[in-house]
Design a protein around this ligand. Structure first.
Ligand code: BGC
Length: 787
């Protein structure tokens, strides 16, 4: 047996892990050789900015009021591509979003640089969320890898492809912690835990920006959405959230803080209100916390039309711009003043800050120094991005296509897809299947390119996707048969084809072709069922009130089960599903999320056992929607759930206090033992640290595999009720059969301290319980005392 000791220090460990490269479990996939990022990240830290500040001051002093107001304006493609839009560019427009055609980007940049008075370059931005053309798994899936290197690679290749067309900013990472699976945007971040989101967010910032986002293959990152956008009431996108100070600071802000500390130089304020204060009108979160407390010197852009939405409805001044709603401002000028004064530096899509800016300044409602501060922040980022030296894309427009889908990026996407898969259930070791046997691939997602890309597919093209069927057929030496069984709906809200709401079919799969299924299964020895959601069912403004498999898909499971053949269900989804109706009938369930362009090869790698699945759930899977919100890191209650007595916190019609599959859960084709938890000390001062160490062994005899060792803490006696568990460390290790490893985690006050309801970070004396294992229900425990 071999034993290695590694030490991890808080979130820094994630970065250390990705700089040195984590032992990989995906043996068949070649690692990229493009690894100078690792070096750069190691040296991370910006060069002196003094020169930049001098240049910003000089330029600012030459700008007219109107030029400054153009600079705080951010127009989408459809607005900039108009005579008024071009005029705005010539007047000194600040930035453009969603224009991704390289020739048009070049034209617009030429207009800005050569035809505007001061020649300030435009900043081109886009939502490169999980890949630009080489689409990676959705971020919730990457979260399930518990491997920050996957998030790093996703961001790195996304930045390279985006920068090739002339983009210089991405509206990512999305780091919104969420306990709300009905909300379609849970797909876009790393799930329900602030620590996991912090680690993944940091990795994405590093992958996007490298050491210097002025480099030609890098972008500036923009963590979003500040803040607590992930808990809209009833899961309805954009709905309000009422939030305690301690939750704001303990749950929702940490990933933003980590991303900013990692160097993210822009940020986006959110649509939603917390405690009645909309994100883009919130002085506390944008100015007091982000800019002052954390020392953020980059700029904040509003989310799409969020400035106009500060107004009450019906919209006033201007009344021909429809957006309105929050009711914290009377009209356009009041919205612009509120946005400016609370800390917005750049207005997306609407132009109130520009259009009413000079009026507001002359009336004294916005100060010149606030406007100058906003412009200074934008120019600072443009200088740091190297735009004044290199305003154009590194390639001629006709050369950009060959920068897309390069083999290293595609290999990384496959590796990320494989490592994001979570084996939820594997009764009787149905999986892995035998690739020499005849295999039927059944279901609406089996021969499907479109849905595999998931929501926010960047400039991904359905034609780039290798389907599950093709991936399996490629590796299967027996015959491969197929039946679709039913069709999911790819309808987009508001389902224009069915204008009567009663007739809406948001799910599809209403008719099952049992005969075709039976035919495909008849000649097969084993079956893979590819089931789940369509990609339109998650992402922005795509909220479900049910969490089960859409349509009648469970009937496909029944049909296959009736054949008596061994089968596995592979699930594709943008959220945790409620699997109550299918879990008992399905011997094996593999959650594959939306895996991206390499869906088919990745599924085949796992299903045939080329690679052993090692992902873990980044979010709890409930029995059914009525349990929502259900999350592992809930605060303790006076009457904790106990199914054996009545008067406590439980659902009478659900047999368990727990979710169906808990946070951190995930099986393997081998077995692991995690034991021998030791602490370096039984007590620690508030400035000290303690190291927890544990042995992990692959106790199986055939399969190499990955285990994610997870460390949770609980503070059982504190001035405010603490979460029953809090993840504070994890490490994904790869072990051969019989091999052991020793994993260590360093804990300090940043782990066992917490924010109270006055926003103070407190470290209280007393006992801290440490749990280590392979899911959030880990039971192995040791304790230490904070003196
Ligand atoms: C979304 C943002 C996105 C922006 C620009 C908004 O609707 O909320 O996440 O970055 O659009 O596309």
């Amino acid at each position: 047996m071999r034993s290695v000791t590694r030490v991890k220090a808080a979130i820094g460990a994630a970065v250390v892990a990705l700089t040195v490269g984590i032992a990989g479990g995906a043996g068949v996939i070649a690692q990229s050789d493009d690894s100078d990022d690792r070096e750069r990240v190691r040296e991370s830290g910006r060069q002196s900015d003094r020169d930049v500040e001098r240049r910003v001051d000089r330029l600012l002093s030459r700008m007219t009021l109107q030029e400054k107001l153009e600079q705080v304006t951010l127009l989408p493609d459809f607005k900039v591509n108009s005579p008024e839009g071009e005029e705005s560019v010539r007047n000194g427009l600040g930035a453009v979003l969603s224009e991704t055609r390289p020739e048009r980007i070049r034209e617009l940049q030429e207009m800005a640089v050569e035809e505007s008075r001061l020649g300030i370059p435009l900043l081109f931005a886009f939502d490169t969320i999980h890949g630009f053309r080489t689409v990676f798994p959705i971020p919730l899936g990457t979260g399930a890898s518990f491997d920050p290197e996957m998030a790093f690679d996703d961001a790195k290749y996304g930045a390279r492809e985006s920068a090739a067309v002339g983009l210089k900013q991405t509206y990512a990472p999305m780091v919104d912690v969420s306990h709300e699976p009905r909300w379609g945007r849970i797909a876009e971040a790393a799930g329900e835990d602030p620590y996991l989101n912090s680690v993944m967010g940091v990795a994405r910032v590093k992958g996007t920006q490298g050491r210097d986002y002025g480099d030609e293959d890098k972008l500036v990152a923009s963590p979003k959405h500040l803040v607590a956008y992930g808990e809209p009431e009833a899961g309805r996108d954009y709905a309000t959230t009422d939030l305690s100070e301690q939750r704001l600071r303990n749950l929702y802000l940490p990933p933003f803080k980590a991303a900013i500390a990692a160097g993210a130089d822009t940020a986006m304020c959110s649509f939603n209100a917390i405690n009645g204060v909309p994100g883009c009108g919130n002085h506390y979160t944008m100015t007091e916390i982000l800019k002052r407390e954390w020392g953020f010197d980059g700029f904040i852009e509003s989310d799409w039309t969020a400035v106009a939405e500060l107004r009450s409805c019906p919209p006033q001044n201007p009344s021909d711009v429809p957006e309105c709603g929050h009711g914290v401002a009377a009209d356009g000028p009041a919205s612009a003043a509120l946005a400016f004064n609370s800390g917005v530096d750049s207005e997306m899509t609407t132009t109130f800050m520009r259009d009413f800016g000079s009026q507001l300044i002359s009336q004294g409602r916005v100060s010149t120094s606030r406007l100058n501060d906003a412009v200074r922040r934008i120019l600072r980022v443009k200088f740091r991005a190297g735009l004044f030296e290199n305003p154009y894309a590194p390639y001629q427009p006709e050369e950009t296509e060959e920068q897309m889908l390069r083999p290293d990026a595609v290999a990384a996407a496959r590796r990320a897809a494989v490592r994001s898969m979570v084996l939820l259930k594997n009764e009787g070791s149905v999986l892995p299947l035998d690739k020499s046997k005849n295999t039927a691939v059944i279901g609406p997602l089996a021969k499907n390119q479109h849905d595999m890309l998931g929501p926010w597919w960047g400039r991904g093209d359905d034609n780039d996707v290798v389907t599950v069927f093709d991936g399996i057929d490629e590796q299967n030496t027996g015959t491969t048969t197929f039946a679709e069984g039913c069709q999911l709906s790819n309808g987009e809200v508001p389902f224009d084809q069915d204008p009567d709401p009663k007739d809406r079919d948001p799910e599809g799969c209403t008719t099952i072709d049992t005969a075709a299924v039976n035919t495909a299964v008849a000649g097969a020895d084993q079956v893979v069922l590819a089931l789940g959601e369509a990609r339109e069912m998650s992402g922005e403004a795509n909220v479900r009130s049910k969490l089960d498999l859409p349509g009648r898909q469970e009937e496909l499971i029944q049909a296959v089960k009736a054949s008596g053949k061994p089968f596995a269900v592979v699930l594709f989804s943008g959220r945790p599903l409620g699997l109550e109706d299918i879990v008992d009938d399905s011997p094996a369930i593999l959650e594959a999320w939306f895996p991206g362009v390499q869906a088919g090869p990745a599924v085949a790698d796992v299903v045939f056992g080329q690679v052993n699945p090692g992902g873990k759930l980044p979010v709890s899977f409930p029995y059914r929607v009525g349990q929502v919100p259900i999350y592992y890191n809930h605060e303790a209650a006076g009457r904790p759930c106990n199914k054996s007595i009545k008067w406590n916190s439980q659902h009478r019609d659900i047999p368990s206090c727990d979710p169906l599959f808990e946070f951190g859960h995930g099986l393997s084709y081998t077995t692991f033992d995690i034991s021998g938890l030791t602490l370096s000390s039984s007590s620690v001062s508030r400035h000290g640290s303690v190291t927890a160490s544990v042995n992990v062994t692959n106790t199986g005899s055939t399969h190499k595999g990955d285990e994610v060792v997870q460390l949770y803490i609980n503070d059982p006696v504190a001035s405010i009720s603490q979460p029953v568990r809090r993840l504070r460390g994890f490490e994904r290790v790869t072990l051969d059969p019989g091999q052991s490893d020793r994993v260590s985690f360093r804990l300090d006050s940043s782990d066992y301290g917490f924010y109270d309801n006055r926003g103070r970070f407190v470290v209280e004396p007393g006992r801290i319980d440490v749990y280590v294992g392979n899911s959030s229900s880990a039971e192995m425990k040791q304790s230490f005392t904070v003196r």
